[in-house]
Design a protein around this ligand. Structure first.
Ligand code: ADP
Length: 393
């Protein structure tokens, strides 16, 4: 029997969807409904490699988008066995995926105070999909669950303890499904059991995070209470002096919300380069000597290298440093520059292997003499969500 699972990722103005075979990870259908709530709302999808686009009614919202997605799914003739929903925040309650019921819905709503845009959109996706598919198991798969194994020394901030105990202010970590996939995939490549595999994984996309995983368990990660802490990202600033938001509010005469917007949407690669948040554009500009692009790439790699080296103390049995995400899977420049900081640790990148591991090719990029293996492993978050949802079918 084919184990086809519908995977839904409902964001504030978009819905990403796919039908994934939970056993092989193959996507029979994948697509996105975008610009929801705007004049130009649209739906584009790929069935067996063929692209299609549909206009949605003007200002179509999540309900209209999910109705249209349901008809596209019906056209495929696939009989899904479950629906896996990506949910950003599962607080401390969800250490693994959960079958959606009233209690789970209430908890997702409760955690919306910590990820307002994301969790409310995820919730809307679940309740709308429940109406469309009342007889299928709906499973919530949380971005935060994988990091629930972190010890207190990694997740407690140096703030007054009641802020953690009474308000849940702590590091949660995000991109958990991706780091979990990278762990499982690396273990398979190294011919080891997951429980015996230790890696530092760098997920570098528009959002970026590094995780320290010791013997199959997450022990630290760079994203924090929200997905703003840690590395330089496309438009997010990552680590800052914590006094800065207040200072910026005063200096620029802006509200806390406006500063939050500045740190999340106008900073990172875009802010430094004054050109783009897109790594490809920056690499091209850097080749032409664009100073902002050169500086943005330099800071991105330096900060990433600092995190990876920091996590070496958290992963004493390190098997491999692994790159993934759009940048990690494709940018030989970012990988080479970052790993260049580790020459005096005996880490050596093989130039040709690094150039070969792009555009869908993956594998080991370290030289045989390297003290630590460095790998490129393409991520597949949808597969993790599908596999976890299938367990409830
Ligand atoms: P998201 O976090 O939205 O899933 P992706 O994982 O798709 O994002 O990563 C997007 C990033 O990957 C962008 O910065 C893009 O420029 C970068 N990227 C994609 N292909 C390349 C490439 N060939 N070289 C450098 N960067 C690339």
């Amino acid at each position: 029997m084919k184990k086809d699972v519908i995977v839904l990722n409902c964001g504030s103005s978009s819905v990403k969807f796919a039908i994934i075979n939970a056993e092989t990870g193959e996507a029979g259908l994948s697509g996105i409904a975008e610009s929801l709530g705007n004049q130009d709302a649209s739906l584009s999808y790929k069935i067996d490699g063929k692209k299609n686009t549909l206009a949605l009614p003007e200002k179509a919202g999540h309900t209209e988008a999910l109705n249209a997605i349901q008809s596209v799914i019906a056209q495929t003739g696939v009989v899904p066995i479950a629906i896996g929903h990506r949910v950003v925040h599962g607080g401390e309650k969800f250490k693994q995926a959960a079958l959606v019921d009233e209690t789970v819905l209430a908890a997702i709503e409760e955690y919306a105070s910590m990820a307002p845009l994301h969790n409310m959109a995820n919730l809307k996706g679940i309740t709308t999909a429940q109406e469309a598919y009342p007889n299928l198991p709906h499973v919530a798969v949380f971005d935060t669950s994988f990091f629930q194994t972190m010890p207190k020394k990694a997740f407690v901030y140096a703030l007054p303890m009641p802020l953690y105990k009474e308000h849940g202010i702590r590091r949660y970590g995000f991109h958990g499904t991706s780091h979990k996939f990278i762990l499982d995939s690396t273990a398979a490549q190294l011919n080891k059991s997951v429980e015996d595999t230790s890696i530092i994984s760098a997920h570098l996309g528009n959002g970026c995070s590094v995780s320290a995983i010791e013997k199959g368990q997450a022990v630290d990660t760079s994203l924090g209470f929200t997905p703003l802490e840690g590395l330089v990202m496309g438009t997010r600033c990552g680590d800052l002096d914590p006094s800065l938001p207040g200072t910026l509010q005063q200096k620029l005469g802006k509200t806390a919300e406006e500063i939050n917007d500045l740190l999340n949407k106008q900073s990172g690669l875009l802010g430094i380069s004054e050109l783009s948040n897109d790594c490809r554009t920056l690499e091209e500009a850097a080749l032409n000597g664009h100073e902002g692009a050169l500086l943005a790439i330099e800071i991105f790699c330096y900060r990433l290298a600092k995190y990876i080296s920091g996590y070496m103390i958290a992963v004493p049995t390190l098997d491999a440093i692994v790159f993934t995400g759009g940048i990690g899977e494709n940018s030989s420049l970012i990988r080479e520059t970052t790993m260049g900081y580790f020459k005096h640790f005996g880490v050596a990148i093989d130039e040709q292997r690094n150039l070969d591991a792009r555009f869908g090719n993956a594998g080991e990029i370290s030289a045989p003499s390297s003290s630590t293996k460095v790998l490129v492993v393409p991520t597949n978050e949808e597969w993790v969500i599908a596999a976890q949802a299938a367990q409830f079918a």
